[in-house]
Ligand binder design. Structure first.
Ligand code: NAD
Length: 336
């Protein structure tokens, strides 16, 4: 190996090992040791270096997988349809490039219809309903394998234990985000302070730490919320609509909550307007969001676009600029 190639390999190794450690702290321990902005910077460095040296990409690189494999006391759940992550756009230009890639790949003329959704800052779960009854809830985990958190999910009041339709499908999997309202987050941290125990770094960690409690009674006290944003595997006795937005309406009809902020827009201009509008209202929302998720509305187009290793090509998270670099992580202890 030449000196230069050797240096690149070493740098890749360093980045992968750092990111793997951060992933473990964030996803398994719910206890991050660096701010998200720092993590995102390192992750981008790794992605860029790998793009310049594709021959050095390893299958165990964090860019090739979602999250981290859980190692908790919960039973394992294997996701029949992987639960993926999302690619990020850090600014308007990256959004414009995303839209361009979609149009080029589809050889599309005109405006693509997108569904814009708030990017809820919580954690992804999958809910399985069999004959209308909630039989299993699982975390996303590393995308392939998550944790069975059924008892804990049952304590979340907005998750129906039974679907609200007459003839439920044999099987339907609904996916969405568990999150904590800002008000609940404040209350929990206030209580923790009074008791002299550790406080949570942010509502995302609080939601993850609360959902992944081995004692569901603790989860029940944490007042978690849930919004659905997609479907996983569905049995063929359920007639699925052909657009993502219409599918969200179907999810609502089943009795699951969907954010009222979800909107259909036309083209990149519609995406950028939505982003601008919601970022201005961000502080007045009852929950934390860290950006907007833009999804191609037509399922047939989504299918043509397909996936890359860890994310769909038909969706992107347009992130808000990092607000709190390190402030959140100093001066407080964290609770697992
Ligand atoms: P992500 O949070 O950037 O995006 C994917 C997730 O978005 C989904 O899994 C889902 O949970 C969520 N989501 C929210 N609203 C959604 C909607 N409407 N539709 C679809 N999905 C929606 O990806 P990730 O892989 O979960 O996490 C990566 C991010 O986590 C990083 O960018 C970083 O900021 C943070 N992170 C930080 C550390 C750290 O040490 N500080 C470590 C690991 C990850």
């Amino acid at each position: 190996m030449t000196n230069k190639a050797d240096n690149v390999s070493k740098e890749l190794e360093r980045l992968r090992s750092l990111i793997n450690d951060y992933n473990y702290q964030y996803y398994v321990l719910d206890d991050p040791s660096v701010p998200d902005a720092e993590y995102d910077r390192l992750y981008r460095e790794l992605t860029q270096l790998e793009a310049e040296h594709p021959e050095l990409i390893t299958t165990d690189s964090p860019t090739q997988r979602v999250g981290a494999k859980p190692d908790s006391g919960f039973a394992e759940v294997v996701h029949e349809l992987p639960m993926l992550s999302l690619d990020n756009a850090m600014d308007n230009d990256e959004m414009i490039n995303f839209n361009r890639r979609v149009i080029d790949r589809l050889a599309f003329s005109g405006d693509i219809e997108y569904v814009c959704e708030p990017k809820l800052d919580g954690l992804a779960i999958s809910l399985l309903y069999e004959d209308g009854v909630l039989t299993r809830a699982a975390t996303r985990g590393d995308g392939t394998q998550g944790e069975n958190i059924t008892l804990n999910a049952k304590t979340i009041r907005s998750i129906p234990l039974k679907l609200r339709i007459e003839n439920p499908p044999k099987r339907i999997e609904v996916r969405g985000e568990v999150f904590m309202l800002k008000s609940s987050f404040e209350t929990i941290n206030e209580e923790a302070r009074e008791q002299g125990s550790k406080v949570f770094a942010n509502p995302r960690n609080a939601a993850a730490g609360s959902l992944r409690q081995l004692d569901p009674q603790i989860t029940a006290k944490r007042n978690l919320s849930f919004y659905a944003y997609s479907m996983g595997l569905v049995s063929d006795d359920f007639e699925l609509e052909g657009q993502h937005f219409a599918r969200l309406q179907q999810i609502k009809q089943l009795g699951l909550p969907v954010s009222s902020e979800v909107k259909v827009v036309k083209g990149i201009d519609g995406c950028l307007e939505y982003y601008q509008d919601i970022s201005e209202r961000r502080d007045s929302l009852q929950y934390e969001i860290d950006g907007v998720v833009n999804k191609v509305n037509e399922i047939a187009l989504q299918e043509r676009l397909g996936f890359v290793a860890r994310a769909p090509r038909w969706a992107i998270a347009h992130k808000f600029p990092a607000q709190e670099e390190i402030t959140q992580l100093t001066g407080v202890d964290f609770q697992v």
